[in-house]
Design a protein around this ligand. Structure first.
Ligand SMILES: O=C(O)CCC(=O)C(=O)O
Length: 210
């Protein structure tokens, strides 16, 4: 992918007030044609899986398809699921590099989620696993169908909705994961598919003592 596929729009849009969080939204981060081409390529080429997680001790199939890519040190666990990274593809490595430039940080992994229609969703959660560090920086790229992304303050329960448009980039940093849950709700509306890429930095596990 060439540089020209990215809109030269690194100016973040103002979001509703999210006290205690640090969130930047770049609506036209990718050109529309590049966003559609990437969506089609990922649909075709990713080895999609429907994983099972543990919810209140019970195995539950997650309501979406997903895949985990990253450096070899980035094995990542959540809700009883351990994900072993697939090595970077050229197109994901290029998007990662571009996210690093905008976010001014390094990423070593990406969770790729495919919401096939409005019935696919992501429950409210925080990306606050210890291996992401105390103030994770998460860069989230949206392709395909626009879907509302919800932030819910952990204490006040105030919920704020941000529509994530195709080709957009959302960066969450500082104390966002500490104070907020986020997620994507199901809807009965007939919606098309959406792919979301969340780039992260996973700190390698400390080797065990002999
Ligand atoms: O699809 C999205 O925008 C949310 C993804 C997400 O919350 C995650 O990967 O942790």
């Amino acid at each position: 992918m060439q540089q020209s596929l990215f809109d030269n729009n690194d100016a973040p849009q103002l979001l509703p007030d999210l006290p205690g969080a640090h969130v930047c939204y770049y609506p036209n981060w990718l050109q529309a044609s590049a966003a559609s081409a990437l969506y089609a390529s990922l649909c075709r080429n990713v080895n999609w899986r429907q994983d099972t997680i543990k919810l209140f001790g019970k195995p539950v199939k997650i309501p979406r398809l997903q895949a985990w890519f990253g450096d070899s040190t980035t094995t990542y666990s959540y809700s009883g699921l351990t994900m072993i990274p697939t090595p970077w593809t050229a197109e994901l490595a290029e998007i990662k590099q571009r996210c690093e430039k905008t976010a001014q940080t390094r990423f070593n992994s990406v969770l790729v989620n495919w919401y096939r229609d409005g019935q696919d969703s992501m429950g409210m959660h925080a990306d606050d696993e210890p291996e992401l560090g105390p103030q994770p920086i998460i860069a989230s790229v949206t392709l395909g169908q626009a879907r509302p992304f919800l932030f819910r303050h952990k204490k006040t329960k105030v919920t704020t909705r941000v529509l994530l448009e195709p080709g957009s980039l959302l960066i969450m940093s500082q104390d966002t994961q500490r104070y907020y849950h986020h997620g994507i709700n199901k809807t009965k509306k007939p919606l098309g598919g959406r792919i979301n890429l969340t780039f992260r930095y996973v700190y390698p596990a400390m080797p065990e003592l002999p």
